[in-house]
Design a protein around this ligand. Structure first.
Ligand code: P6P
Length: 335
């Protein structure tokens, strides 16, 4: 039974230049995840469910737990002093941590502190997503916007916490994807899924078909396309859509499948945010043998221009993502 802390230290050799800062940085995320997990597990009993009556920078109704999670992760990152700045879904601009120690740190973090928060009040799985980069601005100076606008292929680490039937922290540092399950009696994350691999094929697709009613045949054409391409099996395809990216992604990591959030009329760039939702999930997917595109381009190669920019997103089993790409090119060719 290896704990997350022991595992991170044991793998520290993979970061010869790191002087333990990275280990302490991951430790601060682990701590905040435990604090948020504790609050989520009693959300129905304390005044922490429901909306705040405020809107976040996305114009979305803020849930009390959104704000709580945002504050706890920011506080943990600031207190540990291993990052010089953070961007979160809940903050309009990036936040600079500029104590002497913090301004000399090498890393910045981007986060969706609580993803899928519309599920909080109905007790459905939600998650936290994080993405870590080395800063490009000079150490000792305040973090700059450019530190946060790096392409996903520059990430040094990414991961998520899935608050489900059990709470798991899953992360990659570019050396595979590893999952840790929290023992609630001890509040300790133990290694439970080492070197996770997404099955190359699967029969689960996750999409909000309600967004695409203007293309009544669109998804049916995709499934038919998969089945024709899948001539060996013609397996029955299954729709599974939880409304929580982390939950859908995690299931597909284990069972195989594809998650899609293409653009549509009222969302020409799709809904998901490139920096703190799509890039970290794309890094994890590729490290687990899967793929992530915007239907055409590799997500990790997209050059960001804004902190909260959105992108169409297709992610999961390699062969199913390829089929979406082919299908979308063929389908859009049909007009
Ligand atoms: P819709 C949650 O807001 C989220 O960002 C993802 O976690 C989830 O997959 C998606 O949006 C749900 O969006 O439009 O289907 O409700």
């Amino acid at each position: 039974m290896i704990t997350l802390g022991e595992y991170i230290v044991a793998k520290q050799y993979q970061f010869p230049e790191a002087s333990g800062e990275f280990t302490r940085l991951l430790g601060s995320i682990r701590l905040a995840a435990k604090v948020v997990n504790r609050e989520i597990n009693k959300a129905g009993l304390v005044d922490i469910i429901g909306a705040t009556g405020e809107e976040n920078v996305q114009g979305e109704e803020q849930q009390k737990l959104d704000v709580y999670a945002n504050e706890k992760f920011k506080a943990a990152l600031e207190a540990r002093g291993e990052v010089c700045g953070v961007t979160t879904e809940e903050e309009e601009n990036f936040i600079i941590f500029n104590s002497k120690k913090q301004s000399h740190s090498k890393y910045v973090v981007l986060m969706d502190p609580l993803d899928g928060s519309s599920n909080i009040d109905v007790n459905v799985t939600i998650g936290t997503i994080f993405s870590i980069y080395r800063r490009i601005s000079p150490v000792g100076s305040p973090a700059t916007k450019e530190d946060f606008l790096q392409p996903g292929n520059k990430q040094v680490a990414a991961g998520y916490v899935v608050y489900g039937s059990s709470t798991m922290l899953v992360y990659t540092t570019g050396y595979g994807v590893h999952g840790f399950t929290c023992d609630p009696s001890l509040g300790v994350f133990y290694l439970s899924h080492e070197n996770m691999q997404i099955p190359a094929q699967g029969n689960i697709y996750s999409i909000n078909e309600g967004n695409y009613v203007k293309f009544p045949d669109g998804i049916k054409k995709y499934i038919k396309y998969c089945q024709e391409r899948d001539e060996q099996t013609h397996r029955p395809y299954t729709s599974r859509y939880i409304g929580s990216l982390v939950a859908d992604f995690h299931r597909n990591m284990i069972k195989g499948g594809v998650y899609m959030y293409p653009s549509f009329a009222s969302a020409p760039k799709g809904k998901l945010r490139l920096l703190y939702e799509c890039n970290p999930m794309a890094f994890l997917a590729e490290q687990a043998g899967g793929k992530a595109t915007d239907g055409y381009r590799r997500i990790l190669d997209i050059i960001p221009s804004e902190l909260h920019e959105r992108t169409p997103f297709v992610c999961g089993s390699r062969d199913m993502v390829d089929m979406v790409g082919d299908f979308m090119q063929e389908y859009s060719a049909d007009g």
